[in-house]
Ligand binder design. Structure first.
Ligand SMILES: [Mg+2]
Length: 332
């Protein structure tokens, strides 16, 4: 518990001494003033738990001091006990309350009444102090919570990204490919619009890993993935890594001819990377085989038919000596 400061104001030194004697106890710091002006000056320098204010003073009297206190933001909530020799009827008491007095004590002071009244205000002060401390702690906790909330949101975003993308290449992963492909299939079925799928496989990638090691292998995958995603220009097109060295592109609203054009650009863009591949029997550099298929879906659930057709086209491309693009027809 902190120290409670009490301001005692009286024009007569002997009265100040009496007040001091009654107030003296651990936990209370007494500040003295022998005029209203001096009292107001102290109030600007200290935070008081209570002001014991003599009513009858030469110059500024106790009521005037109270009025001025109520008009000031820093002092308006400080409790006041008026200390007065006499009360000239009810009007006088009322005047005190109007100016914001909270209590009266009459001279000569009764020690028991004095201490119990003052005690109430000191207790109130400590309650207020404790509440302010709690409120401060609460504000800190709230700030901490807000920060934690932000961290949680960031983590969730990262988790979401991790759950839909391939960690190495940043393309969509197989699971997300399946989700998006099914979604696009259903949309194409509803709109009776063409949907194309391109499947890309790096030629002799196992031999590349065997020759250059897995670190180089990963670098190669990243470069090919980049070439694939950079070839795909439209926002609606989606590129994914669907296997170790296998990539796919979903092209909504695209007929076979358009898809073939994209497939050929992917093949040639990978070739342009000019990644040396001594272990390849078909080229000095990394190449890809590409299978393309297209359909206007006539059945709502038959998504696998297009994947099978694109796979068949890829198989054909491998059969034709790799580093080529082939298409397959789709019967459904
Ligand atoms: Mg006096």
């Amino acid at each position: 518990m902190g120290i409670a400061k009490v301001l005692i104001v009286d024009d007569r030194p002997e009265n100040l001494l009496t007040l001091e004697g009654l107030l003296e106890q651990p936990g209370i710091e007494i500040i003295r003033a022998n005029s209203g002006e001096e009292a107001l000056a102290h109030m600007l320098d200290h935070d008081f738990a209570l002001v014991l204010l003599d009513v009858q003073m030469p110059g500024m009297d106790g009521y005037e001091v109270a009025e001025l206190m109520r008009g000031n933001k820093k002092t308006k909530h400080i409790p006041i006990i008026f200390v007065t020799a006499e009360v000239k009827g009810k009007a006088q008491v009322f005047k005190g309350y109007e100016s914001g007095a909270v209590d009266y004590l009459f001279k000569p002071l009764d020690a028991h009444i004095f201490q119990s009244k003052v005690g109430v205000f000191i207790e109130l002060f400590h309650h207020k102090e404790a509440l302010e401390q709690k409120s401060l702690e609460l504000d800190q906790k709230l700030a901490e919570l807000e920060e934690l909330q932000q961290q949680l949101e960031q983590t969730n975003e990262q988790l979401l990204l991790l759950s839909i993308t391939d960690g190495l290449t940043g393309l969509l992963n197989k699971r997300q490919f399946n989700t998006n492909f099914t979604h696009e299939w259903k949309r194409a079925y509803r709109n009776k619009s063409p949907l194309s799928l391109i499947i890309i496989d790096i030629d002799f990638f196992k031999a590349y890993n065997d020759t250059y090691g897995h670190t180089k292998g990963d670098e190669c995958l990243i470069k090919v993935a980049q070439a694939v995603s950079e070839t795909v220009k439209r926002d609606v097109d989606l590129s994914a890594r669907i296997g170790g060295e296998e990539f796919a592109i979903i092209l909504p609203d695209t007929e076979l001819k358009g898809a073939q054009f994209v497939a050929e650009r992917v093949r040639s863009n990978v070739e342009k990377l000019a990644i040396q591949h001594e272990g390849s029997p078909v080229s000095d550099t990394i190449t890809v085989s590409v299978g393309t298929a297209s359909v206007v879906p006539t059945q709502k659930e038959d998504t696998v038919s297009l994947i099978k057709a694109a796979d068949a086209a890829l198989y054909k491309a491998k059969g034709e000596g790799r580093n080529v693009c082939c298409t397959a027809s789709l019967s459904c």
